[in-house]
Design a protein. Structure first.
Length: 454
């Protein structure tokens, strides 16, 4: 199989197994990653994989390459991405390689990797893996493999610093048949005074019941229905590898992550010293408005897990996140994105207050927003299309920012057009103070995009 440069994306390696990725390419990625570890004088790394059907064979080939470069591999086997992050710190490698394609369709797979245990590699560090493979500039040595089990230690990390109140909470959690299925039941079984109901909680890389992407409302249908049927207080959904999360309230209504950040910051405000929140450009202006009202400094940033996690760590913000479902608690957690832990923090909060979850957003400023809309655009043209939108904004003399793509800001709304870093898509989101104005903004920019997307 020919090496496809386009799978070496902005913050991970990701492609279709059997088309862009195969075991031989995984082996070469192992050789390249091991070569970089040697350059950094890192002698060992954690390796784990999610429950996609292609993951075990990719893992075997990746490890073969790593061992041939002299690296000692601490093999977790099947694990969530947060378990992999935890293991890198817990086992003192501060280096990790996670085989996953996160929320992509089941035929995809890929690799997220870290050299420092703080955030994943991105940008030029990902491209360098491609360049090493292309130039066959490998170093060689004699490594080894050690199977390790961090399950109990990870569960302790998730649970030990939680403090639930006296109010009994009923929660439905939906694993989407993803990798959280291997650990969620056990974690919830430790909770006292919390009644939990798991759905889609059998590990199956075919994802037979629905796609495990909890930030798309259609994927929350089973969760919503179960919450309403069982009169639960909250519903929590996880993505395929467990680093993202989504919520529905007791009425079955989706709570987007920007709204979740508002809810949690209202609860956290007097419990943390640093009152600053980082969030990505896709978030509603309601978040900025409410943070300012609270006295929390809003920090708008580019989209992308590797970027937001790195920026969150650098700024040491108590709570940050992005609309796609990556959330970072740093007040009493190591700061990586863990869907199970983030859900626990919402359950903990609900157990200490008398109000239902649905009432906690009653008094925020009302905006009308579209969900994130993905429009297919091949990788080789999507950035050029975004540049056309920038030229359009210049021509119209619109106020805009280019933190990530183009975000045109109006007094009564915004239009965001950006190139996806995880697939061949242009992603858009629109928002306004009225439904009429929302439709106007969306129609204007969609019509402009349609000139360039065939």
């Amino acid at each position: 199989m020919k090496l496809n440069e386009e799978i070496f994306r902005e913050y991970d390696i990701r492609g279709v197994y059997g088309v862009d990725l195969n075991d031989d390419i995984a082996y070469k990625i192992g050789l390249a990653f091991g070569t970089k570890l040697n350059e950094y004088k890192i002698l060992s790394t954690v390796v784990a994989y999610d429950n996609r059907l292609s993951s075990p064979s990719l893992e075997a080939s990746l490890i073969k390459g790593l061992v041939e470069t002299g690296i000692h591999v601490k093999r977790l086997g099947l694990a969530t991405t947060p378990m992999c992050y935890f293991a890198a710190n817990y086992l003192n490698t501060n280096s990790s390689m996670m085989i996953t394609a996160s929320h992509n369709p089941k035929e995809y797979n890929g690799f997220k990797f870290s050299y420092n245990g703080i955030h994943n590699a991105y940008g030029s560090d990902v491209k360098e893996i491609y360049n090493i493979i292309k130039g066959e500039k490998f170093t060689y040595g004699k490594g080894s493999v050690e199977d390790v089990n961090i399950r109990d230690a990870y569960i302790d990390l998730v649970l030990n610093k939680l403090s639930f109140g006296d109010k009994k909470i009923k929660v439905v959690y939906d694993c989407g048949n993803g990798t959280t299925s291997i650990i969620a039941d056990e974690i919830f079984s430790h909770l006292k005074n919390i009644e939990s109901i798991g759905i889609c909680n059998t590990s199956d890389g075919n994802f037979p019941l629905h796609h495990p992407d909890p930030c798309i409302y259609e994927n929350l249908t089973m969760l919503k229905n179960k919450v309403i049927e069982t009169h639960a207080d909250v519903g929590i959904g996880y993505d395929g590898d467990g680093d993202r999360v989504g919520f529905v309230d007791e009425k079955g209504r989706m709570i987007e992550i920007d709204k979740f950040l508002i809810i949690m910051w209202k609860y956290l405000y007097d419990k943390v010293d640093k009152k600053e929140c980082l969030y990505d450009v896709k978030c509603s202006k309601a978040l900025e408005d409410e943070l300012i009202k609270l006295g929390v400094k809003p920090i708008e940033y580019r989209t992308g897990n590797s970027y937001t996690r790195a920026a969150s760590a650098k700024g040491d913000y108590p709570l940050s996140g992005e609309l796609s479902g990556h959330v970072y608690f740093r007040d009493r957690f190591p700061g990586y994105d863990d869907g199970i832990y983030v859900g626990m923090r919402l359950i903990e909060m609900l157990s200490h207050i008398n109000e239902p979850l649905s009432s906690l957003l009653d008094n925020i400023v009302k905006y009308y927003s579209t969900p994130e809309i993905k429009i297919h655009a091949e990788d080789n043209i999507k950035f050029e299309i975004v540049n056309k939108i920038k030229e359009y904004c210049d021509k119209k003399n619109y106020n805009y920012i280019t933190l990530d793509g183009v975000k045109a800001k109006f007094d009564d709304g915004f239009a965001l057009v950006r190139a996806s870093n995880t697939g061949p898509n242009i992603t858009t989101r629109f928002e306004a103070t009225t439904e009429k104005r929302l439709n106007e903004i969306q129609t204007e920019f969609t019509n402009e995009l349609n000139k360039y997307i065939k």
